[in-house]
Structure formats: structure tokens, C-alpha cells
Write a protein that binds this ligand. Structure first.
Ligand SMILES: Nc1nc2c(ncn2[C@@H]2O[C@H](COP(=O)(O)O[C@H]3[C@@H](O)[C@H](n4cnc5c(=O)[nH]c(N)nc54)O[C@@H]3COP(=O)(O)O)[C@@H](O)[C@H]2O)c(=O)[nH]1
Length: 958
């Protein structure tokens, strides 16, 4: 603390180096109030004290007058002592009426150079002749000794000095308008200290102030009477009296002044309190505003290294004032390691270059690990030399902003790259934005559609009501989606799937409409194709089984409601399989397409034709008038299918069998009606094909019979109820048994011997033919070996069904059977029907070749009934052909059959095959066959099929 060591009674240092005086008393009270101890500099003279404060070597003044010059480096409290500035002259000098009087009379005036009085007088009265003095004492002595005319100084001080130094020829002779308003002051950068000191000063009571005043401002009288000095004391008393008189006048003014000052101060205090209140509120508002805006402010005293953060920065950085050391380094530590160098560079650049602003965005890592993004702005205060002194700035938490920006950018990218076309309109429905997909789909460029109504792409396919309904839904629910037909710029009309959403602003008012659509041209085509696939037969384009079910169910419902009839026709093509197997699938397909067309041609538009698969077709006749009508239509269908089919280079003949069931008589649901129509169709087939049958109850019974038979057949296989009969083959030329055919018989426990014609088709259908055929092969081989062992060497012919022949393990099975029976392979002949042989020609050739390689004979059975291609036939490595007995039966009465038998025999000879004519029952038939040089015959004429036991007798007898 800077004090004036020689300025009694205000302050001085006594001999014992104690700090004393009025100011010292005030300072002590301040120390008490604040519980601090000021360190008083007791050495330096006042001018050096002043310089020391300027240089911040000392921190505050104890008692000093506020002048403009001092305000440059110090900040002042309110004055706590106030004394008038008075004029002292020698007693012999005339009364001085103020400073102007001194100027007018060109008086020289002593003033202490380093005191405020000097600054005040120089500033306000530059024409005053001032003689600077170093101290009050020297200034007064200059007056006393006549070197100057007057001294201007503090009333209290001059009185004290005059008293102490016996300057009795001096007296206070006039006043100035100025007062010494003495206050405490602190160095300028310690501003916060001022209100603290002020508070302590304000706390000093009037009583304490009076005590101080009375202690130091008084007139002392000596107790001891020293007559030698009486004259001096009288004079002194007179001078004192003069002082007291003047003093009293001054005091009165002082009291008035103090009262005014007090009123003024009270007002000042109130104003200050209000100002402080406003300041507090303003600070709170600022802090609140910072919190809302996520902006904090900071001050960095570059020289002191102190960093000050507002509350909001602590919040942004996730720090607390207690944990944060408030230094630049601590701040850097909180910066994300990857951004630290960037921040340091920004700070350095701003510090070094006054033209560069501090502006940087970086990440901070909070103590809990959370990452935030902040944007900093700052500026720098520099001293006269340009060196940075203070940096202050703001920190804004822009994390959410950046995230929003990122999300907006993402949205923009999504819209830009969306495969869906997007169109955005304003609330008036005018286009404000589109994406590239929109341009791609519609063919319109962005510039062409901005500001336009989206209806520029409308196709005109939807009526006004459609759009009214769309807008109604949109405004009621906020969204609409549906299929809509639009027109591209090229004029092409296309379907699209459109979703429209309303976007509302913060006031819930419509801001935009966003339309998102996809061109569904391909999707629709795919859907149609899928529907076609799901519900229609790919080949004939007729409804398939699924749609047949749906349509029939629908017709049943309608018919029930309308009390009508419905007829279901099950159509099965006769001999289609032969055509397909013979001419190939392409021709077969062509045939089916033509069949579909012919069936359709016989019907009304309201009737439905379906293809269930293969050669199965159905017809739904809705509301047929009579049973006769149904029969008539069925007949027409059959006739139309019996006409020749011209298929590429081929001509084919097929037929059809139709089963009919009617609603409600033959069934009231889909399952019953279709099952019964199917049954009726089998009846039509059984009836010789090429005809139709209405369903009857008896058919149901027959169906039940088939089911029972299937169960019996299964049991028969398990219980080995089968036996083999053998029918001899006779070599005509030598009239001897040349071989035999094994023919299966079922010895039914209840029904007796059942013909294979009754159970082989069922066995084929159910797959039971495979184990049955295996048994027949094994038995035939075993019994033939028995004969062989008895010296009867006959080749046995075993019938193979389709399923057996198509078994990939056939060759191994046959070899194994032969080997187990011990029968040489040349004694086995396998008979396959013409239709089996023609099913998969290449495969058949391979199988037959493999069997032939093993020494097994192969013959084609029932020859003439199928559509054998001669070009294929000649490739088969066969041994013989068996002319079907249907031709042999009538050859004596039917010239066609005779011609067929004749040509088959000659064709076989031409191909190097032997021929067996089967079914020979009469002498005439035998003669015909013999005349055509057919080598072998088989038939009742020679023998019916015989049980194994009887065969040996037959052979021996013949
Ligand atoms: N896959 C298998 N099929 C077999 C087997 N056993 C027989 N069959 C086939 O069953 C069909 C009927 O056979 P079947 O009742 O035994 O009739 C055969 C002969 O009895 C009959 N035949 C012979 N000669 C005459 C005759 O002069 N008149 C006349 N009305 N019928 C006669 O012909 C049948 C022999 O036919 P095929 O086999 O074509 O030579 C029949 O198709 C048998 O093939 C078996 O084990 N497996």
C-alpha cells in the first residue's frame, strides 16, 4: 500500500515506523472489516510511491485525491475524507480573496508538486504562477521566508505543519473552490477490489468517523505557563483563534457540504443498489441466455495465464470449476486429441497476426467420454506495443446443429439417390422440388416442372371423382396412397404407385405435399404374369385347377342363390398318351392347345373351360336348362375331339371320355362334384371310351369296390396269393412247343381265381405292380429252371410293366434273379408293350441293348396298337414282335385287320425279327398266319394258359 510518509495529519510514519494519521485510522478500520492486513510501504517518499503504483510495484493508495491523471492507472473508491484546499499567506499580506486574486496580483504560489492540488491548479488555472515545492513544510517555509507569496494546500495539513514547525508568521488567508476529496485507490487491473474496499469504507460509522476527526483535527494548548513564551503564545493563540474562526466557518461549510454529500451519497447508494440489482439480473439473464443458446464466454489473461470460463462453458465441456484448473493447457487437454493441433494453430495464428481472427470448430471430449462439437470465436486485446494482453471469446455447442446438418445432408442424399421419384409441392400445390428419379421416370427436366402443377403428368384416365376422393382422404388422414396412371413427357401412359403425405409447419398448417412414386409398369406386368401362372395353364391359357376351384365355388354360390343348376364335365382324352409318346411333346402340346380351342368352341361365353393338367380338362356349364342339353354339349365336345388333328406334318386321332356331375343333385360342394364327375369319367372310359356318362349312385359303389380291391391286392402281395400260369408258344412249321408266356393269376381267398385284366391296371395305378412283377419274374425264372432241370428247355416270356421297365435297377435286378434261379439268360424273354418302348426311345434303346448284351430276348407285345415309328423301331435291338390279338381275332372277317397282320409280319421279316401271332383260336386264323410265314403262334387254339404243374404234361403230350 502506497502511503504518504510525511502527510500528517492524514498519514505519516512516526519515529517508531508506525503508520499513523486519519487515513491510517480509516485503513485500520477497513482492515478490521475485511479481516485483512495491508502491507504499508513506509520507506519511499510520496512521488516514488505514485510511480510505484503506476508500475504496479505497489497495488493501492491508502488516501489519495482522484485526478484525471491518476485515473489512467488507478480506480478509486468514493472519498472518505474531505478537506478544503486553502490559501496560506504571511500575516502581513493582505487578505486574499481566492485564487483569482492571486492571479490578478501575480502572486507566486507554492504548491507541492506531487499533490493533487498541483494538478488541479495547473489544469484549472494555467495562468497561476506556481512555484513547485517538494513537501508541505518546504512550501510553507518558502512563504514564511518571503520566497513565495502564498501556499495552497490542504487545510488540515497546513495547520498541522504550521503548528509543528512554528511557522507563526503564516495564516490561512483565503479559500479555493476546491476540496481534497480523499479516497482509497487500487491499480487499474485490480478493479474487483474497489467494491470490496468501498463496502468496508461504507461500513465505517459516523461515530467512528467523528472520533477519527476529533483525534486528529484539534487545537492544543500547553498546560505549563511559560511567561517568556506568553507573548509568543498570545500571538499563537491569536493565530489559533484566527484559525478557529476560519475553521469554524469552514466547518460550518463542511457540515453543509457533508449533509449535501450524504444526501447525494444516499441517492448514489440507492442508484448503485438498483444498478447492482440490474447488473445481477442482467448477469442471470446472460447466463440463462447462454444456457439456451449453448454459448459460453471466456477471458484469457495471456500474461497471467488465467483462463476464466462462464458457467455455460463448464456445462458444454462437462467440467466443474472445482475440477478444472482454468488454464490454457487444461482447455487444450479437453480438446479432442485429433483437433488439438488445429486449435493450437488457430490460437497461435490469431496471437501472432492482428489481422487474423480466432475462429475454429473442434471437438471436445467430456470427462465422461462424450464427444461434443464446439465453435469458437475470439478477439485479442493488445498493449501499446501490439503485444497480446487479453484474449476473449465465445464457445458455442454446435453438436446438435451439426447432427441436424448431417441428418439434413443424409436426407438430401437419400432424396437425391432414391430410386423412388419424389415431388414436393408448396401448400398451393405447385412443384417446388423434384429428385433425379422423378426426371428419369417422367422424362421432365427439373426446370420444366418447377412452379408447375403436378397434374402436368396426369394421363386423363382417372375421372374427377377419383381425384376428389384422393384429396378428401389426404386431408382427412394426412396421407394417401394408391395406384394411378400418369403420362410421361413422351406421351406414354404408365402405372405408378403413389404415396402423398402432408407436411405441416410448427403452427400445424400445411406447408408442403410430398409425393413419392414408383413406376410399376414392370411390377404390373410381373403381377399379371404371376396371376397368369397362378391361375392359368401356361400352355392352353385356360384357367388351371386353382381357378377351376374358385370358379366352381362361385357358380355353386350363385346357383344356390338363384336356384339354378351347374354341370361339371370331366374330360379325359383317349389315346393322347400315344400321340405324345409317338410324336413327341411338342406335337403333344400343340394337340392340347387345339383340344382347348375345340372344347371352347362348343360352349357359351359364360361357361368355363379349365385344364387340370396332362390330358384332363373340365367344363363348368352354368345354369344348363336340361340334362339333355348337358348330354348334347358333351356329345359335341366328343365329336369335335374325334376329328383329325393336323399337327405339323402329322395327323393324329384321339378321342375323349366325359364324366358329368350336376349341382345340386350329384353334390353340393366342390369336392363332391369333382369326385363324382371324375368317377363318371372313369365309367365313360370303361364303357369303351369316346362317350360320356352322368354320375350315378352305382358309380360310387364301383369306386368303393376299387378301393376294397386295392386293399385286397396289398394283402395278396404280403400273403403271396399269386400264382403263375404259362401259355405255350407253338412253332408252326414243326408243330412243337417253342416257348411259353408267364401269365399271373390271383388266387383270391374269397373270389377264387381273379383275371390279371381286373387287377393289373389297378396295380399299375397304385405302384403295386413293382413287387408283383418282381415276384412273377423270380417265379418264372425258378420254374423254367425246374423244367430245364427236367430236360425241358423252354424260353419263358415275362411281361414287364412301364414302372418295371423304367426302373434304373432293372438290369441288375434281372441278372440277380437269373443268377439266384440258376437260369441261363437265353431262357428268359422280356415282353414290353409298344407304348412302353416308345415312351423314351433313346432310353429304351439303351435298356434293351443292355439286356440283349446279357443274352436276354426282348419282344414287343401288343404290336400294332400304338404309334411305333418305324425309324425308331429299327433301332431297337429286338428279337421279336407279337402281333396284337385284336388284329388276329377278326383277320378272317376284317380285311383291314388281315392287311395289318400281313404287313406287320412282312415288316418284321424285313427287319430280321421273328413274329409271334397271339390270340389264335381257330384253324382259319392259324392257316392265315401260317400262309404269311409267321413262325410262331400263341392262342387258345393250342392251349389256354396252364398252371405250372399241367405245363409239363402239355409239353410231353405235344
Ligand atoms: N405286367 C404283367 N402283365 C401281365 C402279367 N400277367 C398277365 N399280364 C397281362 O395281363 C393281361 C391279361 O392277361 P391274361 O388274362 O392272362 O390274358 C392273356 C391270355 O390269357 C390271353 N390269350 C392268349 N391266347 C388267347 C386267345 O386265343 N384268345 C383270348 N381271348 N385270349 C387269349 O391274352 C393275354 C396275353 O396277352 P399278352 O400279354 O399281350 O400276350 C395281358 O395284357 C397280360 O399281358 C404279368 O405277370 N405281368
Amino acid at each position: 500500500m502506497a502511503v504518504d510518509i510525511d502527510w500528517a495529519p492524514f498519514e505519516y510514519i512516526d519515529e517508531e515506523m508506525h503508520y499513523r494519521g486519519m487515513a491510517a485510522d480509516y485503513i485500520r478500520l477497513v482492515e478490521e472489516r475485511l479481516n485483512v492486513q495491508f502491507n504499508v510501504d513506509k520507506e519511499r517518499p510520496w512521488p516514488q510511491m505514485v510511480e510505484a503504483v503506476k508500475a504496479r510495484d505497489l497495488d493501492l493508495f491508502s488516501c489519495v485525491v482522484k485526478t484525471p491523471a491518476r485515473e489512467k492507472y488507478a480506480i478509486f473508491t468514493k472519498p472518505y475524507l474531505s478537506f478544503p484546499m486553502v490559501i496560506v499567506t504571511r500575516n502581513d499580506t493582505d487578505f486574499i480573496d481566492g485564487v483569482q486574486d492571486l492571479i490578478d496580483h501575480k502572486r507566486s504560489v507554492s504548491v507541492v508538486k506531487s499533490y493533487a492540488s498541483h494538478d488541479i491548479l495547473v489544469e484549472n488555472h494555467p495562468e497561476l504562477r506556481i512555484a513547485p515545492a517538494k513537501t508541505v513544510k518546504l512550501g510553507l517555509e518558502a512563504v514564511a521566508h518571503g520566497k513565495t507569496d502564498a501556499f495552497i494546500g490542504n487545510l488540515a495539513v497546513v495547520g498541522q505543519v504550521m503548528r509543528e514547525h512554528g511557522l507563526t508568521n503564516l495564516s490561512v488567508s483565503g479559500q479555493t473552490p476546491y476540496r481534497f476529496e480523499l479516497a482509497m485507490a487500487v491499480r487499474k487491473d485490480w478493479q474487483p477490489l474497489v467494491p470490496i474496499l468501498q463496502k468496508a469504507l461504507d461500513d465505517i460509522t459516523q461515530e467512528e468517523r467523528d472520533q477519527i476527526f476529533n483525534r486528529w483535527i484539534r487545537v492544543e494548548f500547553s498546560q505549563k505557563i511559560d511567561w517568556s513564551s506568553i507573548a509568543y503564545y498570545v500571538l499563537a493563540a491569536f493565530a489559533a483563534l484566527m484559525i478557529v474562526v476560519v475553521w469554524n466557518r469552514i466547518l460550518q461549510r463542511e457540515i453543509d457540504h457533508r449533509k449535501k454529500t450524504e444526501a447525494f451519497l444516499n441517492n448514489e447508494i440507492q442508484q448503485r443498489e438498483k444498478a447492482e440489482e440490474r447488473l445481477t439480473r442482467s448477469r442471470e439473464s446472460l447466463a440463462h441466455a447462454q444456457q439456451i443458446a449453448h454459448i459460453g464466454n471466456w477471458d484469457w489473461d495471456i500474461q497471467a495465464g488465467d483462463l476464466e470460463w462462464s458457467d455455460e462453458i463448464y456445462r458444454i465441456f462437462g467440467q466443474t470449476p472445482q475440477a478444472f484448473s482454468a488454464t490454457y493447457e487444461a482447455f487444450l487437454n479437453a480438446v479432442h486429441p485429433d483437433d488439438r493441433q488445429m486449435v493450437q494453430d488457430a490460437v497461435k495464428s490469431a496471437l501472432e497476426n492482428p489481422d487474423v481472427d480466432y475462429s475454429v470448430e473442434h471437438r471436445v471430449i467430456r470427462p465422461d467420454g462424450e464427444e461434443r462439437i464446439v465453435y469458437e470465436l475470439g478477439d485479442i486485446r493488445r498493449d501499446a506495443s501490439g503485444a497480446p494482453v487479453l484474449m476473449r471469446g465465445t464457445v458455442q455447442d454446435v453438436t446438435d446443429f451439426r447432427k441436424t446438418e448431417e441428418s439434413l445432408e443424409l436426407s438430401r442424399l437419400v432424396i437425391e439417390n432414391a430410386s423412388e421419384a419424389i415431388v414436393i409441392t408448396n401448400k398451393k400445390g405447385l412443384i417446388v422440388d423434384i429428385n433425379p428419379a422423378y426426371e428419369q421416370v417422367t422424362g421432365y427436366a427439373r426446370a420444366e416442372v418447377l412452379g408447375q402443377d403436378p397434374s402436368i403428368t396426369s394421363s386423363g384416365r382417372h375421372d374427377k371423382a377419383f381425384y376428389q376422393e384422393m384429396w378428401k382422404t389426404l386431408h382427412e388422414t394426412g396421407c394417401w396412397s394408391g395406384e394411378i396412371w400418369d403420362r410421361r413427357k413422351s406421351g406414354e401412359v404408365f402405372p405408378k404407385w403413389l404415396s402423398i403425405n402432408i407436411i405441416r409447419d410448427s403452427r400445424n398448417e400445411i406447408a408442403n405435399y410430398v409425393g413419392i412414386f414408383t413406376d410399376i409398369t414392370h411390377q404390373k406386368a410381373t403381377e399379371e404374369a404371376l396371376e397368369q401362372m397362378a391361375f392359368y395353364d401356361a400352355l392352353t391359357k385356360l384357367p388351371n385347377r386353382t381357378l377351376f376351384r374358385e370358379r366352381l365355388n362361385r357358380e355353386i354360390v350363385i346357383s344356390e342363390r338363384e336356384n339354378q343348376k351347374v354341370a361339371v364335365l370331366f374330360i379325359d382324352l383317349d389315346r393322347f398318351k400315344y400321340v405324345n409318346d409317338t410324336f413327341g411333346h411338342d406335337i403333344g402340346d400343340e394337340l392340347l392347345i387345339e383340344v382347348a380351342a375345340r372344347i371352347t368352341d362348343n360352349l357359351r361365353k359364360s361357361d368355363v373351360v379349365c385344364r387340370l393338367g396332362g390330358d384332363e380338362f373340365t367344363v363348368i356349364l352354368n345354369n344348363p336348362k336340361t340334362v339333355e342339353d348337358i348330354g348334347k354339349i358333351s356329345e359335341e365336345i366328343i365329336h369335335s375331339l374325334q376329328r383329325a388333328f393336323k399337327l405339323k406334318d402329322h395327323e393324329a386321332f384321339i378321342g375323349a371320355s366325359i364324366g358329368i356331375a350336376t349341382y345340386p343333385d350329384n353334390g353340393q360342394d366342390f369336392e363332391t362334384l369333382t369326385k363324382n364327375a371324375d368317377l363318371a369319367m372313369y365309367q365313360a372310359k370303361d364303357a369303351g371310351r369316346g362317350t360320356y356318362r352322368f354320375y350315378s349312385e352305382e358309380m360310387n359303389a364301383k369306386s368303393a369296390f376299387r378301393l376294397t380291391m386295392e386293399a385286397d391286392l396289398r394283402r395278396a402281395i404280403e400273403e403271396k396269393q399269386f400264382t403263375l400260369f404259362y401259355q405255350p408258344k407253338v412253332e408252326i412249321a414243326k408243330n412243337r412247343t417253342a416257348g411259353m408266356e408267364a401269365l399271373i393269376r390271383w388266387n383270391h381267398p374269397k373270389k377264387g381265381m381273379v383275371s390279371p385284366a381286373d387287377f393289373i391296371p389297378l396295380a399299375e395305378e397304385t405302384g403295386l405292380i413293382v413287387p408283383m412283377g418282381d415276384w412273377a419274374l423270380e417265379t418264372a425264372c425258378r420254374q423254367t429252371k425246374e423244367l430245364l432241370d427236367k430236360g425241358v428247355a423252354l424260353r419263358v416270356a415275362v411281361n414287364l410293366s412301364t414302372k418295371q421297365f423304367q426302373d434304373p435297377g432293372l438290369l441288375d435286378k434281372v441278372k440277380k434273379t437269373l443268377s439266384e434261379a440258376g437260369l441261363p439268360s437265353q431262357y428268359l424273354e422280356l415282353e414290353i408293350t409298344e407304348s412302353i418302348a416308345m415312351q423314351d426311345v433313346e432310353e429304351t434303346i439303351a435298356t434293351v441293348e443292355a439286356l440283349r448284351q446279357e443274352g436276354i430276348h426282348i419282344s414287343i407285345d401288343d404290336f400294332g396298337t400304338g404309334y411305333s415309328s418305324l425309324s425308331y423301331l429299327k433301332k431297337f435291338p429286338l428279337h421279336s414282335l407279337k402281333v396284337d390279338q385284336s388284329f388276329v381275332r377278326d383277320l378272317t372277317v376284317d380285311s383291314d385287320d388281315a392287311a395289318i397282320v400281313e404287313s406287320v409280319i412282312s415288316m418284321a421279316h424285313a427287319m430280321g425279327l421273328s413274329v409271334v401271332a397271339e390270340g389264335v383260336e381257330t384253324e382259319e386264323q392259324l392257316a392265315f398266319i401260317r400262309d404269311r410265314e409267321c413262325a410262331q403262334v400263341q392262342g387258345y387254339f393250342f392251349s389256354k394258359p396252364l398252371p405250372f404243374e399241367q405245363l409239363l404234361d402239355y409239353v410231353n403230350a405235344n
